[in-house]
Design a protein around this ligand. Structure first.
Ligand SMILES: C[S@@+](CC[C@H](N)C(=O)[O-])C[C@H]1O[C@@H](n2cnc3c(N)ncnc32)[C@H](O)[C@@H]1O
Length: 298
């Protein structure tokens, strides 16, 4: 068992609208594991009883309006919702390891960049990077471009639906050293996730990697969904119409392998988030992985 501990801060979509930022901005104890989180009997019963799925009509509407719903999310929250993800470079030491020689200028793709909470800390830490950043929400892309740290010499932000717009319209094929995919794939319908990975595969250099972080099965956010929110197995809709899938290591591995990637690492990250004011301590489960495009295609 790979067991490591570190103090982290992180934020996800699972803060309800009336929770203030500070309430959940505690320090967390984190550990990495290979096994699924064990549910309590009440949790298992709750999930078992939640069988009714949202109607097909409504599901099709959610799919059609996915982009609109995320754009409205950014209209409501502007740049205030997600905290800067300063953990990226610490967690993903691979970024540095991806350099073949010390002075190499790495080209990064931040797929589903939101308003740049991952991208700007990265550029701050390493101004020699060149970052392509895309999202399907036009508002999110505008926020990135309006950020005072945005500089066209180090960053190109553009709108792109990763499930349908070809990334090679904006990025040369086989040119990217690392892609980060952070809490994005969970927002995509499971039937379309492979399209995102195929698209990314085209722009990665042979041997280059995807650094992945997202929700893991039985994360607290999954257990908090009320009945009437279930879209399919491990797939739910939030009140604002944005959707969230909860991954197991196995289904993630399968998805990446089917689209031509090789697994380098793939593990659950367990954390406890404490809300001091309400005396609550909730289990968070994330999945953190690294998959590479093979050097040689079969
Ligand atoms: C939870 S946010 C994460 C944003 C950012 N990666 C971060 O870590 O702060 C999910 C993002 O994925 C974007 N997204 C969802 N589906 C997408 C798609 N099909 N193509 C491009 N972006 C998408 C949303 O607009 C949203 O900005």
């Amino acid at each position: 068992m790979n067991f490591s501990m570190a103090y982290k801060t992180e934020d996800t979509h699972e803060r309800s609208e009336n929770e203030s930022f500070e309430l959940w901005s505690e320090q967390f104890l984190q550990r990495k594991e290979h096994e699924l989180r064990r549910l309590t009997s009440e949790e298992a019963e709750k999930l078992q009883n939640d069988r009714d799925l949202v109607s097909e009509f409504k599901q099709l509407k959610l799919e059609r309006e996915a982009q609109k719903n995320w754009d409205l999310f950014y209209k409501r929250n502007s740049t205030n919702f997600f905290k800067d993800r300063h953990w990226t470079t610490r967690e993903f030491e691979e970024l540095k390891a991806c350099r073949k020689f010390e002075q190499q200028r790495l080209t990064i793709l931040e797929a589903g960049c939101g308003v740049g909470n991952c991208l700007f800390p990265l550029l701050e830490e390493d101004p020699s990077l060149f970052v392509y950043a895309c999202d399907f929400s036009p508002r999110a892309v505008d926020f990135v471009k309006q950020n005072p740290s945005y500089n066209a010499e180090t960053c190109k932000a553009f709108q792109c639906d990763l499930t349908m717009d070809d990334l090679t319209d904006n990025i040369p094929a086989n040119s990217v050293d690392v892609t980060t995919l952070i809490f994005v794939l969970s927002a995509v319908h499971p039937d379309r996730m492979h399209l995102v990975l195929q698209n990314i595969h085209k722009v990665l250099k042979p041997g280059a990697c995807v650094l992945f972080r997202d929700y893991g099965l039985y994360d607290h956010a999954m257990l908090r969904f009320k009945s009437g929110s279930k879209l399919g197995e491990n797939f739910y809709v939030r009140q604002d119409g944005t959707r969230s899938y909860f991954f197991t290591k196995d289904n993630l591995r399968c998805l990446f392998k089917k689209t031509g990637f090789e697994e380098v690492s793939n593990e659950y990250v367990f954390r406890e988030t404490v809300n001091k004011k309400e005396g609550l301590c909730v289990p968070r489960v994330f999945i953190q992985s690294k998959f590479c495009k093979p050097q040689k295609q079969c």
